[in-house]
Design a protein around this ligand. Structure first.
Ligand code: ADP
Length: 676
C-alpha cells in the first residue's frame, strides 16, 4: 500500500495535534506514538502542516523524477495553476526556463487541462440536471467521499482532474513515448497518480517544495534562469482553478452569490460539514464545488506558508495579467481551449466507493471502554478534546477499533498521576529519611577517619608529655612552688589523653572483643553498678529496667557496650536536670529480624530539631565547658557500628528522648574497625 504520509517516529511527542486536525481520524496511537493508517488517509496533508515536531512527512517523488530526467524518453513538467503563489516574484517563463534547463523537454500549464475539465463539466451538467453533483478536481475530496461519504460517490462528476486531462492532452499533442511529472502544491495528487480507476498517465508527482529541492540539487537558480515559453496546450481561464470558486468561473457556471443551487466550499471543516449535510439529505444544491484546502495555493506542498490571502492574490494577479495580455499565451484567456479538441481523448472516469467508516460498537462495549478511564456517568465525559477526538464517545469508538488508547485521556492521566504521587508520598518521605541518614553516616565516617588520624598522631607525644611531667613531679619534690603547676600540667595532659582516647573509640581504631553475653543480665548489672541510687534520688530520677529478653544472647564486647549504656543513661539523667523523672531502660527481642533492641527513654528536655543532625558528630555539645566534651554519642555510635548494630533516637522537645540500639543476636565480625 502506497504511504502518501509517513511518520518519523522519533520526533513524535504525544501532543495528538495530528489526531485533532485529521478530518478523518486516520492517525493511530500506540504507546503514545502516532502513525498514519494509510488506507484510512485521504492525503490532505494537514498533519504535515500542523505537526510542530516535524514528525509527519510525505512520500518523496524526487528520486523517480531524477530517474525520469536521466532516461531516454522525453519528460514533460505539468505545472499546477497555483504556481504563482509559490513563485510570486518571478516571471512565469523563468520557471519554465529553469525546468527546461533541469531536463524537462516540455513545460505545460495544468490550467490547460483545467480548461478541458471545465468544458467537460459544462457538458455533463447540461445533460444531468438532477443534482446534487460534486466537482471532482480535488483528490483529497474524492478520497474523503469514497471512504467516508461512500453514498455520495455516485454524485462525484465522473470527469478526470485537470492533472489527468493535461497529461492526456500533452500525450496526444506530442506523440511518442513520454514521462509526465506533475508539479503542484498537493500531496493527494501522489495518490491520484497511482489510482487505477482513472487513466494512469502521470509518472510521478512532486510538490513545489520538492521542485525547489530538485533545482537546488542541480544548482539551478530560478531567478537567473533564461525565460522560456510554456508549451502547448495553452491555458485560459483554467488558471483560476486553484481559487475557491475558480472552477465555476472557468466553466462559466457561477451563479448569484445568493444562489442556493451552487455551493462553493473550502477547508476541511466546511467540506466535511457540507458533504455530511448533503449525504444526510439536509441540503440539496445542484452543484457543490469543494476544495479540501482553502484553495490550492494553501496546499501542504507549498514551501512558504506566509499569508494565505497574499498567495491567493498572486494567483489572481497572474490570471488577470494573462487575460489582459493574451499574446503571452497565444490565445484569449477566457476562450475555451479547442485545440486539440477534448473529443480526441476521453475525459471520463469512474469513482468506486471504499467505505472506511468505523462501525459503531455496542453501547455496552462503549460503556466498558469509558469505564476504563473512570467515566461511569454522562457527567464524567468532559469532552475536553485533549486526546484529539471531539467527544469521549468518539474516542471510545476509536479505542474499540485500535486507533486510540486509554492513556490519551489527559484528565484521567492527571488523576492517575496525582494518585500515584499521593501513594508515593509516604515511601518518598522514608527514602528522604534514609538518604539523610546515609549522608550523616558518610559524614561521620569521614570525620572518624580524620579523628583517628589526629588522635593517633597526638597519642604518642601526649604519652611522652605525661611521662616526663610525672618524672619531673618525682624529681622536684622539694620545689613546692612548682608542684601546683606540675599537677595542673599532668591533669590537663590526662584530659587530653582522655579526649584522644575518646576519638580513637569513636573511630574504632581500638578493637572489640566479642563474647556471647546475656543482654538482660548485662543491663541489670550495669544499672546496678554504675549508678548510685542515692545520687539519682537527689536529682529526683528513677531508673527503671525492663528486661523482655530472658534468654537473648548477643555477641558483645562487654566493656564497650557498658560504656555505651552508661553514656546514654548519663545523658538521659542530665537531660532531666532540675526536673527529675524516669529513665526507662528496656531490652526486647525482635522476633522478625533476629536482633535485640535496647532503648533508653527519658522524660527530659528533648533534642531541638536543629541539633538532631549533629548529636553524633564529635565535639557537638550543649553542655557547659568541663561538663560536656561532645564525644559521648560519637563513641556510642562507633561502638554500636563495630557490633554491626544501629543506633538512632526519637525525641520530642519538652517531653523526652529515646535512644534505640539494635544488635544482631549473633556476631561473627569481631575485631574489625568500623571504618574498614
Ligand atoms: P556530651 O554529653 O559531652 O555533651 P554527647 O555526645 O554525649 O556529649 O551528647 C551530645 C549532645 O547531645 C549533648 O550535649 C546534648 O545536647 C545532646 N543529648 C544527648 N543525649 C540527650 C538526651 N537524652 N536528651 C537531650 N539531649 C541529649
Amino acid at each position: 500500500m502506497f504511504e502518501a504520509i509517513q511518520t518519523i517516529r522519533q520526533n513524535c511527542r504525544r501532543c495528538f495535534t495530528c489526531v485533532r486536525d485529521c478530518p478523518v481520524k486516520a492517525v493511530k496511537i500506540v504507546d503514545g506514538q502516532a502513525s498514519v493508517v494509510s488506507d484510512r488517509c485521504i492525503a490532505c496533508g494537514n498533519c504535515t502542516m500542523v505537526c510542530s515536531q516535524n514528525a509527519k512527512t510525505y512520500a518523496s517523488g524526487l528520486e523517480r523524477t531524477e530517474e525520469i530526467l536521466g532516461a531516454n524518453k522525453p519528460a514533460a513538467a505539468l505545472l499546477a495553476p497555483s504556481f504563482p503563489a509559490e513563485f510570486p516574484d518571478l516571471e512565469p517563463e523563468r520557471i519554465a526556463g529553469a525546468l527546461k534547463y533541469a531536463g524537462f523537454r516540455y513545460v505545460v500549464e495544468v490550467a490547460a487541462g483545467a480548461d478541458l475539465v471545465s468544458e467537460a463539466y459544462r457538458e455533463f451538467l447540461a445533460s444531468h440536471r438532477a443534482g446534487p453533483w460534486i466537482a471532482s478536481s480535488c483528490p483529497a475530496v474524492i478520497e474523503y467521499v469514497r471512504k467516508y461519504q461512500p453514498g455520495l460517490t455516485e454524485r462525484l462528476i465522473p470527469v478526470v482532474s485537470p492533472m489527468i486531462a493535461t497529461a492526456l492532452a500533452v500525450r496526444a499533442a506530442y506523440p511518442g513515448e513520454m514521462n509526465c511529472v506533475f508539479i503542484g502544491p498537493c500531496i493527494a495528487k501522489k495518490l491520484e497518480a497511482r489510482d487505477h480507476s482513472c487513466p494512469t498517465v502521470i509518472d510521478e508527482v512532486i510538490t513545489f517544495k520538492e521542485m525547489k529541492a530538485l533545482l537546488s540539487q542541480k544548482n539551478i537558480a530560478v531567478l537567473q534562469a533564461e525565460p522560456r515559453p510554456f508549451d502547448p496546450p495553452m491555458a485560459g481561464m483554467g488558471r483560476a482553478f486553484p481559487l475557491s470558486g475558480g472552477l465555476l468561473k472557468s466553466a462559466r457556471l457561477e451563479g448569484d452569490l445568493l444562489d442556493p443551487t451552487v455551493v462553493t466550499i473550502s477547508g476541511q471543516q466546511e467540506v466535511t460539514d457540507v458533504l455530511g449535510a448533503a449525504a444526510r439529505g439536509e441540503i440539496e444544491p445542484f452543484l457543490i464545488d469543494p476544495l479540501m484546502c482553502q484553495g490550492c495555493h494553501d496546499g501542504p506542498g507549498m514551501s512558504k506558508r506566509g499569508d494565505r490571502h497574499n498567495r491567493k492574490d498572486f494567483v489572481r494577479t497572474y490570471v488577470n495579467d494573462r487575460r489582459r495580455h493574451p499574446a503571452a499565451t497565444g490565445r484569449e484567456g477566457s476562450e475555451p481551449l479547442v485545440e486539440p479538441p477534448h473529443s480526441r481523448y476521453n475525459l471520463n472516469r469512474e469513482f468506486i466507493p471504499d467505505d472506511h467508516r468505523l462501525q459503531e460498537p455496542t453501547e455496552q462495549e462503549i460503556r466498558a471502554i469509558l469505564a476504563r478511564t473512570n467515566k461511569f456517568l454522562p457527567g464524567d465525559e468532559l469532552n475536553c478534546k485533549a486526546c484529539g477526538y471531539d467527544t469521549c464517545r468518539t474516542k471510545a469508538v476509536a479505542v474499540h477499533h485500535g486507533l486510540a488508547e486509554e492513556a490519551m485521556c489527559l484528565p484521567f492521566m492527571i488523576d492517575q498521576a496525582e494518585r500515584v504521587c499521593n501513594e508515593l508520598q509516604i515511601p518518598w518521605q522514608e527514602i528522604r529519611q534514609v538518604h539523610r541518614h546515609l549522608i550523616n553516616t558518610e559524614k561521620l565516617a569521614s570525620m572518624g577517619q580524620l579523628a583517628a588520624g589526629v588522635a593517633h598522631e597526638l597519642n604518642n607525644p601526649l604519652g611522652t608529655i605525661l611521662l616526663y611531667t610525672n618524672l619531673l613531679q618525682r624529681k622536684i619534690t622539694d620545689r613546692t612552688d612548682l608542684s601546683h603547676d606540675l599537677n595542673l600540667l599532668v591533669e590537663e595532659a590526662k584530659r587530653c589523653k582522655k579526649i584522644v582516647g575518646g576519638l580513637l573509640d569513636f573511630a574504632r581504631q581500638n578493637r572489640v572483643r566479642m563474647e556471647p553475653v546475656n543482654v538482660g543480665e548485662l543491663l541489670r548489672h550495669i544499672l546496678a553498678t554504675s549508678f548510685q541510687a542515692s545520687r539519682l534520688e537527689e536529682k529526683g530520677v528513677v531508673l527503671l529496667c525492663e528486661d523482655q529478653t530472658p534468654d537473648a544472647a548477643a555477641d558483645i564486647d562487654r566493656d564497650q557496650m557498658t560504656q555505651v549504656l552508661v553514656n546514654l543513661v548519663k545523658n538521659a539523667v542530665e537531660a532531666m536536670e532540675g526536673t527529675g523523672g524516669q529513665v526507662r531502660v528496656k531490652a526486647e527481642e525482635l522476633a522478625d529480624n533476629g536482633r535485640v533492641h535496647i532503648s533508653v527513654a527519658d522524660q527530659g528536655c528533648g533534642i531541638p530539631v536543629e541539633d538532631r543532625e549533629r548529636v553524633f558528630q564529635p565535639f557537638f555539645t550543649t553542655k557547659s565547658i568541663g561538663k560536656g566534651v561532645g564525644l559521648g554519642l560519637p563513641i556510642c555510635y562507633g561502638i554500636v557500628k563495630m557490633h554491626r548494630g544501629s543506633i538512632w533516637f526519637d525525641s520530642i522537645v519538652g517531653s523526652g528522648t529515646t535512644f534505640h540500639i539494635e544488635l544482631p543476636k549473633t556476631q561473627a565480625m569481631a575485631g574489625r574497625s568500623m571504618f574498614s
